[in-house]
Ligand binder design. Structure first.
Ligand code: UDX
Length: 466
């Protein structure tokens, strides 16, 4: 596959420079999309920060990566100290170093035709315009969430929202309550982050395409509504082709991970578990659980009496109850395995998995949809509450574990939700729906499907302008 892609690169007809926001959940969907473009004779160069590159444990072997600077080459975001400081300096230094990269690539005989940027970095539009390049925004979150930030941008949602009234109904969502909006909207303390999110729309009318990592069938009403405002193209789900679309059968590379995936231990363990018996538990690359929440989750999983595979990142491990891991190892039935990271797609695809207890990060949500795994949603922050709302009430492929008035999901609730999905009558309906959405996701990226057509149109337009 690598040789074939490289051969295609040598005959490429357009060159896209990809600018992701330097975070695992942002760079990976753009990488997957890049590989798809590359398989269609588009040359790809990914530009990411020096500091982010240093944290990489796994690099893609399939696309070329160049470093730019965010002004904090030693420690990136952590070095900056505050989010606002980071984003302000990134704009300044990033614009210069991205410009320099475009000039260098031209000198090397590889001129860029189009910048595909994460709208968390809207200054990329000005860089594209300066060089007369085409420009596409790539939203890594759901169209529903983008739509909510758009409403904030337009002042339809007032800040801080004491309550969200009917006028801010998101097309295609049922009723949206305060607990369903992204936390940056509902929490006044996140005002600065929200400013950045709203800024995504500040110059969006100047771009040639708005690409969204979703698929038409999944968010029809919202996409139809947003398409009246912007040149929207849904191109997802962007997961490696081996899991969804067999046209590139060997591409299962997830790539660009800041963690080392633990392959054999997890898969060997799963191979010994009965079909659909295991609860897979993960909160993605970033979310930090309150110690109380960690404790409740630990006992909820044990008490559910189900087998579970739980990803606890090493920086979270100290929050586990005392002796929990030791007792788990000694337990005669060997019910649970705790690992610090795993190859999530391979896990979700495994026949032993019965449900996914997830924070509902958008990538995890799309991956569960694509592989037909029902969910127990335990959103933590950012876009996750809205994704959980969609999972439970719109697509009906999971249940949301409700928090108490202290903001903690108690062990009994966790136990109950797991049972509901894995054992009860309602669980059967959820599983049927999960199968249906898996099929629709597959159709979207398959030849002639909604996302496939959008990608084809995007590529052919690129070819004409290049
Ligand atoms: C963040 C936000 O939290 C999320 O809400 C937003 O939509 C994207 O950016 P993150 O929290 O990391 O991302 O969650 P998610 O979007 O689910 O991405 C996690 C990725 O890591 C997934 O692609 C998942 O497959 C991968 N993963 C996770 C692993 O490969 N192994 C693991 O053990 C856990």
């Amino acid at each position: 596959i690598e040789r074939k892609l490289l051969q295609k690169m040598t005959t490429h007809k357009a060159h896209c420079l990809i600018l992701p926001y330097p975070a695992q959940g942002h760079i990976n969907p753009m990488l997957q999309f890049s590989k798809r473009l590359q398989s269609k004779s588009v040359k790809i160069t990914i530009a990411t920060t020096k500091s982010f590159l240093k944290t990489m444990q796994e690099l893609s072997t399939l696309v070329s990566i160049e470093a730019i600077s965010d002004g904090y080459d030693d420690g990136g975001h952590e070095q900056a100290g505050s989010f606002v400081t980071y984003i302000t300096r990134f704009k300044e230094v990033g614009s210069d170093t991205l410009s320099h990269l475009i000039e260098t690539l031209t000198t090397r005989g590889c001129p860029v035709n189009c910048i595909i940027y994460d709208p968390f970095l809207p200054w990329a539009v000005e860089v594209a315009k300066k060089y007369g390049l085409a420009c596409a925004a790539f939203f890594t979150q759901s169209c529903a969430v983008d739509n909510i930030y758009y409403y904030v941008h337009k002042g339809v949602i007032k800040l801080p929202p004491t309550e969200v009234d009917e006028q801010v109904l998101v097309p295609g969502l049922l009723t949206i309550e305060k607990s369903d909006v992204p936390t940056f909207v509902s929490n006044p303390e996140s005002a600065k982050i929200l400013e950045m999110l709203v800024d995504q729309f500040s110059n969006l009318e100047n771009v040639d395409w708005v690409l969204i990592n979703s698929f038409y069938e999944l968010e029809k009403e919202i996409i139809d509504w947003m398409s009246k405002l912007y040149p929207i193209k849904t191109i997802g789900p962007t997961i490696p082709s081996i899991y969804l679309d067999k046209r590139l059968p060997n591409d299962k590379e997830y790539g660009l991970s800041v963690f080392k995936p633990m392959t054999n231990e997890c898969l060997n363990w799963l191979n010994h578990q009965p079909i659909s018996s295991v609860v897979y538990v993960s909160f993605g690359s970033y979310a930090k659980l309150e110690p109380d929440q960690m404790e409740e989750l630990a006992w909820g999983l044990r008490n559910s009496n189900k087998n579970f595979l739980w990803v606890v990142r090493s920086n979270e491990e100290s929050k586990l109850p005392k002796n929990y891991l030791e007792e788990l190892k000694l337990a005669s039935e060997n019910k649970g395995l705790v690992v610090s990271w795993c190859p999530q797609l391979q896990i979700l695809e495994h026949k032993s998995i019965g449900c996914f207890l997830t924070h509902c990060g958008w990538n995890s949500t799309l991956e569960a949809i694509s592989l037909g795994v029902p969910m127990v949603a335990m959103p933590q922050w950012s876009d996750q509450p809205t994704n959980a709302k969609l999972v439970e009430d719109v697509w009906e492929i999971g249940v949301r574990a409700k928090q108490d008035d202290k903001g903690i999901v108690r062990r009994e609730v966790i136990e109950e939700c797991i049972r509901l999905v894995m054992e009860e009558e309602k669980g059967k309906m959820i599983k049927e729906n999960a199968k249906k959405w898996k099929e629709l996701a597959r159709n979207a990226v398959d030849e002639g499907g909604s996302s496939d057509r959008n990608i084809e149109e995007f590529v052919s337009k690129l070819m004409t302008i290049s």
